[in-house]
Design a protein around this ligand. Structure first.
Ligand code: SIN
Length: 317
């Protein structure tokens, strides 16, 4: 077990890790977000002697994640991460939007202390429950792993900037692709593979306003048969930003491209990234590469529009 003397704060937000089913053999027909965070900790005897503090921040199935929960999570993480008696923070979460929340916290807080998100692919009542080991591993990383935002599942830690959910069923559902994992937890010990330079934090002040009034940023996909009509409809509805999940290295269907130009002309901010699981969008003119996922770019555009709104400047189209 970790040697750090400070506390690990565990923030509960729901997910399958807190899910229950009537039948222990049922790993599909369960209800996510049922058990409180104290209950998750109680299921891990090895945590009994670790200095912990628990707080329930939300209780949601992460497919239903909201900007309001993101704001509250970021505020509570920031609150605990600056405490003198806290070594690191762990967030229990659903797997479905785990990578989005991790990236959001990374871009807002870029903490120097460990902020570790964990989850489970099987509910707490399952014969195959992976939550207890994942939680134990996450606590280990929070006490002896690197600073910054990491995601820990199946004994592997991934950086928030690289992690993707790659599989809908397997217990090792997450990967970091070309970048590779941050490290592993082996027999309760952290072993690092690489380090990650700290990112620049947007800061809590960027997300201070009422989430109901945050800019509207939607993701549209370039695909065979695209007409661009969805873009025209979103523009008519007053969307503020559009992220295009483009084909290959960032190519866009001609019909969709024409509609996106109409959106730009109307003041909508448009960003293009690749819909491929790994591999960047490449800007042919400048040679710039961008390996962000559509969901990561959505977070960045949202934060950019919030910052522009606060400063009174117009965002780049
Ligand atoms: C969720 O994302 O909250 C449900 C699914 C999961 O955690 O695997």
């Amino acid at each position: 077990m970790p040697s750090a003397t400070g506390k690990t704060v565990i923030l509960g937000s729901g997910g399958t890790i807190a899910g229950t089913a009537a039948n222990a053999a049922d790993a599909v027909g369960y209800t996510a977000a049922q058990l409180g965070v104290e209950c998750l900790v109680a299921a891990v005897p090895a945590l009994a002697d670790v200095a912990l503090e628990c707080e329930q921040v939300a209780q949601v199935d992460s497919k239903d994640m909201t900007h309001a929960v993101w704001q509250r999570l970021a505020q509570r993480c920031a609150h605990h991460l600056v405490r003198d008696d806290v070594t690191g923070v762990v967030v229990t979460h659903g797997t479905d939007t785990l990578e989005e929340t991790a990236y959001f916290l990374h871009r807002v807080l870029a903490p120097s202390r460990p902020l570790v998100l964990t989850a489970a692919m099987r509910p707490a009542t399952s014969l195959q429950a992976d939550g207890p080991q994942n939680l134990l591993d996450a606590v280990t990383v929070s006490r002896s792993g690197p600073g910054g935002v990491a995601v820990v599942l199946a004994g592997v830690a991934h950086a928030a900037a690289d992690v993707r959910k790659l599989h809908g069923w397997r217990l090792d559902a997450f990967g970091s692709g070309d970048a590779g994992a941050l490290g592993v937890i082996e027999a309760g010990r952290w072993r690092a593979f690489r380090t990650v330079p700290p990112g620049a934090a947007r800061g809590l002040e960027t997300i201070a306003g009422d989430p109901a009034a945050w800019p509207r940023v939607e993701v549209v996909t370039s695909h065979a048969g695209a007409s661009g009509r969805v873009v025209d409809a979103l523009r008519a509805l007053g969307v503020d930003g559009l992220v295009v999940a483009a084909t290959g290295s960032g190519t866009v269907h001609a019909e969709l491209a024409a509609a996106l130009q109409r959106a730009r002309d109307a003041g909508v901010a448009v960003r293009v990234v690749s819909r491929c699981a790994f591999g960047p969008a490449i800007d042919v003119a400048s040679g710039a590469v961008d390996a962000r996922t559509p969901w990561q770019m959505r977070v960045d555009l949202l934060l950019e529009l919030l910052a522009a709104r606060a400063s009174g400047a117009a965002a780049r189209r």
